[in-house]
Design a protein around this ligand. Structure first.
Ligand code: CP
Ligand code: NVA
Length: 310
């Protein structure tokens, strides 16, 4: 049985995350074989997106349609949320119309509040603090290409942002060690880090030196230096983050067969070079594809569970 909502990875236990990973892989295999099961026929989700999205929006929509369901998409311009309607009213009203709510927004407190008042599952499709569905897709990619993460050196290089926070929680729950290299002042959220360290059994190291961090890495992941909502800091961040660029020289310090992840969209020439992003070690398009399979698994598991508990 799952938690009702998917707000952050730390809310789940290891078997639950493993179930999502396995389900996503089975659904991917079934898609390859042309097997088309539609367990969500008759179900509808509402996607409330207050930030831009290409991959997450289209993969969630495509996933829902493939599973037999329907989608209603609302940007902040379309809903009354943009005009100040309380979240608690929105959550209770939407719960009467749809079977799940997928939210992309700014503050984590927004998805938490929606979940508090929603009778149907709320799924976090990115906040300033977390990007849990993305990191599950990334771990699926790691497992497919390199096997179980417990046996790997997994390294995060760059901003201690929403992606970094979700990687930390994944490491804590799934039980693998993780090293992060971030500039001083741009470390991951300290509360998320301390809870993850307390609850997890494997080391989560945060350091400032990307060269030290990447030593012997099997997997290197990075992300933009200025996330959505931080656009005005972009120029300042370019100067601060320069030593954290994932380029050929930095990668030469990792294992020869190191695998490079980036959740995309990428800023070529900033956090990653064109050469590395397009190079043989990069798996970013397989990673992007896996969002589709993982989102199918998440919708399948959470919406089916909600139905059984109703
Ligand atoms: N990786 C990711 O979440 O991409 P989008 O912003 O395009 O959804
Ligand atoms: N950290 C990035 C991820 C985009 C998918 C952002 O929040 O903008």
């Amino acid at each position: 049985m799952f938690n009702k909502h998917l707000l952050s990875l730390q809310d789940f236990n290891q078997p639950q995350l493993q179930t999502l990973l396995v389900r996503a892989m089975v659904l991917k295999e079934e898609t390859r074989k042309g097997i088309c099961q539609q367990p969500l026929t008759g179900k509808t989700i509402c996607m409330l997106f207050e930030k831009a999205s290409t991959r997450t929006r289209v993969s969630f929509e495509s996933a829902m349609y493939s599973l037999g369901g329907q989608v209603i998409y609302l940007s902040s311009r379309d809903s009354q949320l943009g005009r100040g309607e309380p979240l608690k009213d929105t959550a209770r009203v939407l719960s009467r119309y749809v079977d799940g709510i997928v939210v992309r927004t700014f503050g984590q407190e927004i998805v938490d509040e929606l979940a508090r008042y929603s009778d149907v599952p709320v799924i976090n499709a990115l906040t300033d603090l977390h990007h849990p569905c993305q990191v599950l897709s990334d771990i699926m990619t790691v497992i497919e290409k390199k096997g179980t993460p417990e046996n790997l050196e997994i390294v995060w290089i760059g901003d201690g942002n929403n992606m970094a926070n979700s990687w930390i929680q994944a490491a804590s729950v799934l039980g693998f060690s993780l090293t992060l290299a971030c500039p001083e002042g741009y470390e991951p959220d300290p509360e998320i880090l301390s809870i993850a360290r307390m609850k997890g059994s494997c080391p989560i190291n945060v350091m400032y030196d990307p060269i030290e961090a990447i030593e012997d890495a099997d997997v290197v992941s990075t992300d933009v230096w200025a996330s959505m909502g931080q656009e005005e800091e972009a120029d300042e961040r370019i100067e601060i983050f320069k030593p954290y660029q994932v380029n050929k020289e930095l990668l030469s310090r990792a294992e020869d067969d190191v695998m490079v992840l980036h959740c995309l969209p990428a800023h070529r020439g900033e956090e990653i070079t064109e050469e590395v992003l397009e190079g043989a070690q990069s798996v970013v398009f397989d990673q992007a594809e896996n969002k589709l399979h993982m989102h199918k698994a998440i919708l399948n598991c959470l919406l089916e569970d909600a139905q059984q508990q109703a």
